[in-house]
Write a protein that binds this ligand. Structure first.
Ligand SMILES: [Zn+2]
Length: 190
């Protein structure tokens, strides 16, 4: 191979092919020339332009496809959880963020807190209602004992002793007892 043949075959096309090989673009056609026939365009941060049928911009100094950015925007999942400020890198974080506006951990913590406070409320209600049941039971027993053992009178729900001539008016006493129980029941929590 003479120097002449080498010069003839090793033309601009080959230079470009070599350049593309070095850049890892070996499959790319070289006949159009890369970056020579095309007017070079320079873009700065925030510019939007079209190339290869797609819209591009420069964000944080990096050329990015706008379609991708739009998709990211639609998903509207920030990098950091707005509640705990931790990075949302767990698989279910985007799902939880879209549904509840915070990361998986925050939602779990919130749910646990709600469960605990719900149980505490339930417990307080239980205690309250059981106390009323106990009061009703004691009141009823007390009244029944009073009505049966004495002719002197009976104790109303307000704690007053009522007397009737000729002994305890059992009907009146039972009515008072019923009213007392109704009142106590109305103090129960739903
Ligand atoms: Zn969080």
């Amino acid at each position: 191979m003479s120097d002449n043949v080498l010069k003839k075959d090793f033309n601009k096309k080959d230079v470009e092919r070599l350049r593309n090989l070095v850049k890892g673009k070996s499959g790319e056609r070289t006949s159009q020339g890369i970056g020579y026939t095309k007017k070079e365009e320079f873009h700065k941060e925030g510019d939007i332009w079209e190339a290869d049928g797609r819209k591009w911009t420069i964000k944080d100094g990096i050329k990015q496809n706008i379609t991708k950015l739009d998709k990211f925007k639609t998903a509207a999942v920030p990098l950091f959880c707005p509640t705990c400020n931790n990075i949302m890198n767990k698989q279910l974080d985007p799902h939880y963020f879209k549904a509840h506006g915070a990361c998986l951990d925050c939602i779990k913590t919130k749910e646990t807190k709600l469960k605990i406070s719900g149980k505490l409320d339930e417990h307080a209600k239980d205690v309250h209602n059981k106390e009323i049941d106990k009061t009703i039971e004691e009141y009823t027993q007390f009244m029944n004992v009073k009505m049966n053992e004495s002719n002197d009178g009976f104790v109303t729900e307000a704690g007053e002793v009522e007397k009737w001539k000729g002994g305890v008016n059992k009907e009146r006493a039972e009515e008072a007892l019923r009213e007392g129980i109704e009142y106590l029941k109305s103090l129960k929590k739903e």
